[in-house]
Design a protein around this ligand. Structure first.
Ligand SMILES: [Zn+2]
Ligand SMILES: [Zn+2]
Length: 255
């Protein structure tokens, strides 16, 4: 399994793209601005998408990509998401005002887009991989994903604040976990903002890591533009023994 990081920033800016991870050139988790760097052919080859939640930085490329490659494809793009996420996208994006309703275009029988609701804990098999939704703590209903393959597993929190044991049990009990990608959006000075927007900051990230008992490599994602170095150094000040890496656009993680 190869995971290509199309975008992993908490915002936009030169060389920065918002969240999107591409699995074996065929499946996406989230559709942030990073999707726009793919060629038309590469976008056309994507058949399946798993969304973590409805926030714009994670879905913005979905309506745009459908417009670009929908007519070139011969089957709908299959998008899995929580029921609440799908309802939000249908009400506020694919509503005929902001964007066309691609679940009924060009025809209801063969649309460009097909939504499929998932529930936390559910697993969906795609090709030779298994995508399991894990509920996380965010301002809107949200999930992370545990992606399993014959070679090992990969976990992604999506946007999240601190999580309860039920989340960490899934991560800690995954015996073939190779990588965990976890967000840390804000610096400690913005801890109040992190609290109300349900994101992590260095202090709460370090608290989360105290619940982490797996040995898989830990990657940081979704840092606010311009604060990457400060977030990293604040984590090291809290706990210099913590071992973590910084996820970067263009990284390819092979499992
Ligand atoms: Zn969010
Ligand atoms: Zn986000």
């Amino acid at each position: 399994m190869q995971i290509q990081v199309l975008g992993c920033s908490g915002g936009i800016g030169q060389d920065l793209r918002t969240t999107s991870l591409l699995f074996d050139d065929r499946v996406l988790i989230d559709m942030g601005t990073g999707v726009g760097d793919l060629s038309l052919g590469a976008m056309e080859a994507i058949d399946t998408v798993f969304l973590t939640h409805s926030h714009l930085d994670h879905i913005v490329a979905l309506p745009l990509m459908l417009d670009s490659v929908g007519p070139r494809r011969n089957k709908p793009l299959q998008v899995y998401a929580l029921k609440e996420t799908i309802e939000t996208l249908q009400a506020h994006i694919f509503n005929g005002s902001v964007w066309p309703d691609f679940t009924a275009i060009p025809t209801a029988e063969t649309p460009f887009l097909r939504f499929e609701p998932i529930v936390p804990g559910q697993s969906i098999a795609v090709d030779n991989k298994n995508f399991q939704a894990i509920v996380v703590n965010h301002t809107v209903p949200a999930v992370g994903y545990l992606v399993g393959s014959d070679q090992g597993s990969f976990a992604f929190t999506g946007d999240t604040a601190q999580n309860k044991e039920e989340f960490w049990d899934v991560i800690n009990d995954c015996h073939d976990l190779k990588h965990l990608v976890i967000e840390t959006s804000f610096v400690d000075a913005d801890a109040e903002v992190a609290l109300v927007s349900r994101h992590l900051n260095p202090a709460t990230f370090v608290e989360e890591m105290a619940k982490y008992r797996n040995s898989a490599r830990v990657w940081l994602t979704h840092m606010m533009p311009g604060f990457e170095e400060e977030i990293t150094s604040q984590i090291r000040q809290h706990n210099s023994a913590l071992d973590f890496s910084i996820l970067k656009r263009g990284d390819r993680i092979n499992i």
